[in-house]
Design a protein. Structure first.
Length: 236
């Protein structure tokens, strides 16, 4: 859908362009910019690592205010024609990430960014509003965010199917526009639609609370008593 500039007497179309045409590298330049403004893709999220893991890794790994993990994968235009499995592999690789492991990755990330003398452990606790780590509440859920200039119908159908299976994947369209010497970026969440996303967020919060309550109610495992510790029946 085109974007228009409103002038005094007409609407002037702002032409759509491509990242390649304007010399913007999708993985390096766009990833750096979105890392600094992660709220564009995922509000209330703290980036704790970049290119996390082996191989291509997770482009951006974050944590939201509830302590849930956020996996962000930036797709090139040609990649977005089919489901990019790297995002799902990345999500699976951090599914069991603990608070302490996340803090360790965050510390290494801060060091690479040149932030010295800062405790990632303390910064993560402050962001979450916790006084101490709570492994039972950390990483209860995970959200995958795919960002690309556009998405194919095949990918959209797959993402919707994954949502029906309880795997939350969001598709956010990031499309560049060129206007004179100015370069603009359109950012639109296309799957799920924003109105459906609000309902999904409320449902996800309820499910997270239910899982947490289930953990709290689960009986603690006890070591079976040894035969010698059992009381013997008294002899008459």
């Amino acid at each position: 859908m085109p974007i228009y500039e409103i002038t005094s007497d007409r609407l002037e179309v702002i032409p759509e362009t491509t990242f390649q045409a304007v010399g913007l590298r999708e993985r390096q330049d766009l990833q750096r910019l979105l890392r600094q403004h992660i709220a564009i893709l995922s509000p209330d999220t703290l980036v704790i690592d970049e290119d996390h893991g082996r191989g291509r890794g997770i482009d951006l790994l974050g944590v939201d205010r509830r302590g849930d993990l956020v996996v962000v994968d930036l797709l090139r235009a040609e990649d977005a024609q089919q489901l990019e499995l790297n995002a799902l592999r990345g999500a699976a690789s951090v599914a069991s990430l603990t608070f302490e492991q996340a803090a360790s990755s965050y510390q290494a990330f801060l060091t690479r960014q040149g932030t010295v003398g800062e405790s990632a452990h303390a910064r993560l606790l402050e962001f979450l509003g916790w006084k101490k780590p709570d492994e039972d509440r950390f990483g209860l859920r995970m959200r995958v965010v795919l960002a690309a200039p556009d998405f194919s119908e095949e990918l959209a159908q797959t993402v919707l199917w994954l949502g029906g299976q309880g795997i939350e994947v969001r598709c956010v369209r990031v499309k560049p526009y060129s206007y004179g010497k100015r370069l603009m970026l359109e950012v639109t969440q296309v799957i799920p639609p924003p109105e459906a996303a609000a309902h999904e967020a409320a449902r996800s919060h309820k499910e997270s609370l239910a899982r947490l309550n289930a953990r709290m109610r689960a009986p603690m495992r006890r070591t079976p008593a040894s035969p010698t510790s059992k009381s013997q029946p008294s002899s008459e």
